[in-house]
Design a protein around this ligand. Structure first.
Ligand code: SER
Length: 274
């Protein structure tokens, strides 16, 4: 399956499920001093999550062009060291603005990956927010993954760094749940397909999809002091890496070997040979 087909399948799946397909926003965000470049699919919906703007739809899906080369989400230091980071990438996303919440977000993700894309469930791992003094543990997400079909031992708790997502220092945010994919040769071997690789070293197991359960607005109360206020309505913001999903579907071991990026690498190599 080509990268273009994966993009199309994703958008068609969510359109069929009541989502308005929206164009990618420009890489330079309009009117947002908290961002230099667009870093996620949700950027163009920030004011909708905050309740400051209304659209004529409550569900959306997009393939957003993103740059993560600075700021809160900076992949620059990882580029060239891992098989899965670029400075520029496309983020497939589905969004709910006060419409569906956790259960549907989890069921859509499971259905798309397992039933539509036919991924091997033995290779999937899930993470949920473990909770801290400010935000409770997301036991609900854990239960919902189990209900969807995930094995309990494949659901792991993590802290703020991995399982609480915010766009910038301020703005919409919430606990998140990530879907990870084991890329190794022995999915049946628990010694190899091991939980230590989830958010661990290397590319053995790789995050493919992040589901954010948007519940808060992080505001600055005094210089360097922040607090979380509830959003007008619980919402959903997800991001599935197009190049990573293409890597998985094409059975290659690097994003740069997918049909999305390989031709660019080859063309650059040709140019460099004069
Ligand atoms: N905003 C979340 C992220 O960038 C989900 O799309 O990971």
């Amino acid at each position: 399956m080509t990268g273009n087909e994966i993009r199309r399948k994703f958008l068609e799946y969510f359109e069929k499920n009541g989502h308005k397909v929206v164009h990618s926003a420009p890489l330079l965000p309009a009117n947002d001093p908290t961002l230099l470049f667009t870093n996620a699919g949700m950027n163009q919906f920030k004011d909708v999550f905050l309740g400051n703007e209304k659209r004529d739809y409550v569900r959306a899906a997009s393939s957003q062009k993103c740059i993560r080369a600075g700021g809160k989400h900076n992949d620059l230091d990882e580029v060239g060291k891992t098989a899965r980071h670029q400075t520029f990438f496309e983020m497939l996303g589905n969004f709910s603005f006060g419409d569906y919440f956790k259960e549907d977000a989890i069921n859509f993700a499971w259905d798309f990956l397992v039933n539509e894309m036919k991924l091997d469930v033995n290779r999937l791992w899930f993470t949920v927010f473990e909770g801290d003094g400010e935000v409770p543990a997301d036991t609900e997400a854990r239960e919902l993954w189990i209900k969807a079909g995930a094995r309990p031992e494949r659901i792991l708790p993590f802290g703020r760094k991995d399982n609480f997502w915010q766009m910038a220092e301020t703005g919409p945010c919430g606990p998140n749940s990530e879907i990870n994919y084991y890329l190794g040769d022995e999915p049946e071997n628990p010694e190899k397909n091991h939980p230590k690789w989830v958010n661990g070293e290397g590319d053995t197991t790789m995050e493919i999809w992040n589901l954010v359960f948007m519940q808060y607005n992080r505001i600055e109360t005094a210089p360097g002091h922040y607090k979380l206020e509830p959003l007008p309505a619980p919402s959903v913001d997800t991001g599935l890496g197009l190049e990573r999903m293409t890597l998985v579907m094409q059975g290659v071991s690097s994003n740069y070997d997918t049909d999305l990026l390989r031709p660019i690498v080859e063309f650059t190599a040709e140019l460099s040979q004069g």
